[in-house]
Design a protein around this ligand. Structure first.
Ligand SMILES: C[S@@+](CC[C@H](N)C(=O)[O-])C[C@H]1O[C@@H](n2cnc3c(N)ncnc32)[C@H](O)[C@@H]1O
Length: 152
């Protein structure tokens, strides 16, 4: 199974990189995770214009990736799910793509075309923290599906 995590983010070193690496390694027995960070000039420019222009630019950056897969957008106002429901999203899929929004979130039209819009809790996290939580939930989800003791 292939899992892509696609974020609006500058490619730069982060203090969270060792955690991402460790969680990605833990997941590797179940799925191959690819971390795709997008911050094209279009997005950089849009941040100097308006939140609306920024969200439109995020959609343009995401669109080439939002096909041929089960597409899940992460949004604080999305459907609040527990880890068992999360695990079901991973079940019996060849390819899942998770989208992490930019500073202004997502354009509504992008959320509408997603197969699922989920919330990781009633708090707003930075995209870097959201990615760490997402990776842990992916590992937990596979542990639930395979009845591995990690999830207990
Ligand atoms: C800094 S947040 C963006 C906040 C923005 N004001 C909004 O309304 O979405 C960056 C990204 O992190 C992810 N994120 C942050 N908190 C989240 C949560 N509680 N549940 C799901 N995703 C979250 C989302 O993908 C979000 O677009």
């Amino acid at each position: 199974m292939n899992i892509d995590i696609i974020s609006i983010a500058k490619k730069e070193r982060s203090t969270y990189d060792p955690l991402y690496k460790e969680l990605t390694k833990m997941i590797s027995r179940f799925a191959k995770v690819e971390d795709i960070e997008l911050f094209p000039k279009d997005v950089a420019k849009s941040h100097t214009i308006s939140p609306e222009a920024s969200k439109e630019a995020y959609t343009r950056a995401f669109e080439p990736y939002a096909k041929n897969s089960f597409c899940i957008s992460l949004h604080p106002d999305g459907k609040l799910i527990d880890s068992f429901e999360f695990s079901k999203l991973l079940n019996d899929k060849m390819s899942v793509k998770f989208f992490v929004g930019g500073a202004y979130g997502f354009e509504d039209s992008f959320l509408k075309q997603s197969d699922a819009v989920i919330s990781l809790g009633n708090i707003t996290m930075s995209h870097k923290i959201a990615k760490a939580v997402l990776l842990e939930q992916i590992y937990r989800g596979f542990s639930i599906l395979s009845n591995h003791p990690y999830h207990k």
